[in-house]
Design a protein around this ligand. Structure first.
Ligand code: NCD
Ligand code: ZN
Length: 350
C-alpha cells in the first residue's frame, strides 16, 4: 500500500539512543514523556557534576527508576562521562556488570555541561583500548571546540581532525557519531562500514538554520550541534528513511526551563520527547517511506548495540491534528515542547 493510503502503522516499541533526563524536579517531569512511547533510552551523563564512575551511574539509574510513575515500564541504559582521569578498570566493571552500556565523549567545552570533557585524546587511550576489547560503544559528541573554527563547520572538522585519527588508532572501537547534522557526517558513516553508526535527532530532520535565525531569533530551535543549511537537512532525511542499519534515532531531547533558554546567553537544547514519534511519522510519510520508521526508531539501534529489539509494539494512527501542550510544567518552571511548524496527524497508541 502506498504511504498516502496508510492510516495505521504498528511498529516495535521504539528506543531513544540519546536522551537527556536531568535530575530532581526536571527528571520527574520529563521521564514520563519518554517512557510513554519508548522502551529504553541511552541516558546522557552530563549532569552537574557529571556521571563519571560506575557507582555514580548506578546511583543515577536508581534515581531514574524511583522517578518512574507506577505502571510505566522503561529501561534506562546508562553512560559514563569520559574524562582524562577515567579509570579503565572502572569502565570495564561497569560494562561487565550491566551498569553502563556506553561511554560518552564530550570534547571539553563543546556543549552544555561539558567542561570536564576530553582535551588530550592520548590521555584516554587506555580507556578506549579497553572498550574496544570488551565491545563497549563510545558515543561521540562530534564537534571541535576551537574558537577559530566556524560553528557551522565544527562537525566536519571534527571528523577530519579527531574522528578519523582516533578510529585509525583504535579500529576495533564501536563508535556512535551522535546527533549528526551534516552531509559530511552522513557520507563518512556510509563509507566506513566497520564499527561505526550515527544517531539523528527528530529536530534535525525538520529544521534548518533559517528556522533559528530568519525572521527573528528563535531560542527554542537552538541546540548543539546547531542546525545547518537545508541541503544538510535533506541529507539527514535521506539517511534516516533509507533503512540503512547504521542510522538510528537519538532524539537528543534536552529540556531546559524557559528562563534558561530565553536570556542573553541562552542554553542549547530542544525538548522533543512528548511529540517525537508523531513528528517522525510526518517526516517519513512525506518522504514516502513510512514503513522504514520501524528500522530507524526500533530496529537499527538495538542491532548496533547488540541488544534484542523490543517484543512490544506501538501503533500510530492518522487522524485530526494532534493536540499537545506547548509547555510541560516542572517544579522549577515550564519547559517548551518542540514546535515542528506543521500539524501532526499521527497519534501514538502505546
Ligand atoms: C544538550 C544539553 O542540553 O544537555 N544540548 C543540546 O543542545 N543538545 C547537550 C548536548 O547533547 O550537546
Ligand atoms: Zn545531547
Amino acid at each position: 500500500m502506498p504511504d498516502k493510503d496508510l492510516t495505521t502503522l504498528t511498529i516495535r516499541r521504539p528506543d531513544d539512543w540519546h536522551l537527556h533526563l536531568r535530575d530532581g524536579n526536571m527528571l520527574r517531569a520529563v521521564l514520563p514523556e519518554t517512557a510513554r512511547h519508548f522502551g529504553r533510552a541511552i541516558i546522557m551523563p552530563n549532569l552537574v557534576p557529571p556521571v563519571v564512575t560506575a557507582e555514580q551511574a548506578s546511583a543515577y539509574r536508581d534515581r531514574i527508576m524511583a522517578a518512574l510513575p507506577d505502571g510505566m515500564q522503561f529501561e534506562p541504559l546508562m553512560t559514563l562521562y569520559l574524562t582524562e582521569t577515567t579509570d579503565p578498570d572502572d569502565v570495564r566493571a561497569a560494562f561487565e556488570n550491566g551498569i553502563a552500556t556506553a561511554v560518552k565523549l564530550y570534547p571539553a567545552g563543546a556543549t552544555t555541561n561539558s567542561a570536564s570533557g576530553v582535551r588530550d585524546f592520548e590521555k584516554v587511550r587506555s580507556v578506549l583500548d579497553t572498550m574496544a576489547e570488551i565491545g563497549m560503544p563510545l558515543c561521540v559528541h562530534g564537534e571541535v571546540t576551537d574558537s577559530n573554527i566556524d560553528i557551522f563547520d565544527r562537525e566536519a572538522v571534527f571528523i577530519d581532525k579527531i574522528l578519523k585519527p582516533l578510529r585509525k588508532k583504535v579500529p576495533d572501537l564501536k563508535v556512535v557519531m551522535e546527533h549528526v547534522t551534516t552531509e559530511d557526517a552522513v557520507d563518512y558513516v556510509r563509507d566506513n562500514h566497520k564499527n561505526l553508526a550515527a544517531t539523528i535527532t527528530t529536530h534535525h530532520l525538520i529544521i534548518n538554520r533559517n528556522h533559528i535565525l530568519a525572521g527573528g531569533i528563535k531560542p527554542h530551535y537552538y541546540c548543539l550541534p546547531v542546525a545547518k543549511r537545508e541541503a544538510h537537512r535533506v541529507a539527514l532525511v535521506q539517511a534516516a528513511v533509507s533503512g540503512d542499519k547504521r542510522f538510528f534515532l537519538g532524539t537528543d531531547s534536552a529540556p531546559h526551563i524557559d528562563p534558561n533558554k530565553l536570556q542573553t546567553c541562552g542554553c542549547a537544547g530542544i525538548f522533543t520527547a512528548p511529540n517525537t514519534m508523531s513528528c517522525l511519522a510526518e517526516v517519513f510519510e512525506a518522504a514516502g517511506e513510512l514503513k522504514k520508521l520501524e528500522a530507524f526508531a526500533s530496529l537499527n539501534g538495538p542491532r548496533f548495540y547488540g541488544l534484542p529489539a523490543s517484543e512490544q509494539t506501538i501503533t500510530l494512527r492518522k487522524g485530526d491534528p494532534l493536540k499537545y501542550p506547548t509547555h510541560i510544567a516542572t517544579e522549577d518552571g515550564p519547559v517548551t515542547v518542540f514546535d515542528p511548524g506543521f500539524d501532526l496527524h499521527w497519534h501514538v497508541e502505546a
